[in-house]
Design a protein around this ligand. Structure first.
Ligand SMILES: [Zn+2]
Length: 78
């Protein structure tokens, strides 16, 4: 077995460790909660407490972060 194979195995184990039930949302979960999260943010409520893992997902996922920003701008201006 090569070193590259070892690295892939390590990545799989890490992904499994952080999988469902981990601190970070999936993109589907993020999308499902994004409206509610932004409304809480704009209301000055505890958005991060109400949607655990959202902040971490946005920090690590440019696509969802972009959606978050555009929704924030859209609802914030309204
Ligand atoms: Zn995402």
């Amino acid at each position: 077995m090569s070193q590259a194979d070892d690295r892939i195995d390590a990545a799989r184990i890490l992904a499994r460790t952080l999988g469902p039930g981990g601190p970070e949302l999936s993109c589907e979960e993020c999308f499902a909660e994004l409206d509610r999260y932004v409304e809480l943010e704009l209301a000055g409520a505890d958005a991060d407490g109400s949607v655990p893992g959202m902040r971490a997902h946005l920090a690590g996922c440019p696509a969802c972060d972009e959606d978050h920003r555009s929704l924030l701008g859209l609802l914030g201006d309204g």
